[in-house]
Design a protein around this ligand. Structure first.
Ligand code: FE2
Length: 145
C-alpha cells in the first residue's frame, strides 16, 4: 500500500495537539491570579477538546494505513508548539500564551489543508480541528482586550 501524502500532515498536527494538551494541563495546575477560577476551568475544557481532536486525527491515520506516533520522545523532537516554561503562570500570561499557541497551530494546519484535497476525509478532520482551535483561541483572545 502506497503511503498517503496526508499522513505526514496529520502526524505534524497530532504531535502539536498532544504538546498543547500537556501545556494546557501544566497551566491549569500552575495558573494564579484574580481570574484563577475561570482560566483554570477553561484550560481544562480546552484540554479535553484538544484530546478529542488528537484522537480523531490519530485514528484517521490508522484507518488510512499509517502509524500515529504520539510518544513523548516524538512530541519532544517534532512539536512546533513553544513551551510555556515551568513554575507559576499568571492568569493574563496563560490567556495570551494559549490565544497565541492555539492560533499558531490553527494557522500551521491551515497552511497545509490544501495538500489534503487528495484525501477529503482527512481534509475534513483537519478543517474541524482548525475550527476547534480557532474557537478556543478566540475565547482566550476575547479576554485580553
Ligand atoms: Fe483539574
Amino acid at each position: 500500500m502506497t503511503s498517503s501524502p496526508a499522513l505526514p500532515i496529520l502526524q505534524a498536527a497530532l504531535v502539536d495537539l498532544i504538546d498543547l494538551t500537556l501545556l494546557a494541563k501544566q497551566a491549569h495546575w500552575n495558573v494564579h491570579g484574580p481570574r484563577f477560577r475561570s482560566v483554570h476551568l477553561e484550560l481544562d475544557e480546552v484540554e479535553a477538546e484538544l484530546r478529542e481532536a488528537q484522537d480523531l486525527i490519530a485514528e484517521r491515520m490508522a484507518a488510512i494505513g499509517g502509524n500515529p506516533d504520539g510518544r513523548a520522545v516524538t512530541v519532544q523532537a517534532t512539536s512546533k508548539v513553544a513551551d510555556i516554561g515551568a513554575g507559576p503562570v499568571t492568569d493574563s500570561d496563560a490567556v495570551s500564551q494559549f490565544a497565541e499557541r492555539l492560533d499558531g497551530l490553527a494557522r500551521r494546519i491551515e497552511a497545509q489543508v490544501g495538500d489534503l484535497d487528495v484525501d477529503p476525509a482527512s481534509q475534513d478532520i483537519a478543517i474541524s480541528t482548525i475550527q476547534v482551535l480557532d474557537k478556543a483561541a478566540w475565547m482566550f483572545r476575547a479576554q485580553t482586550a
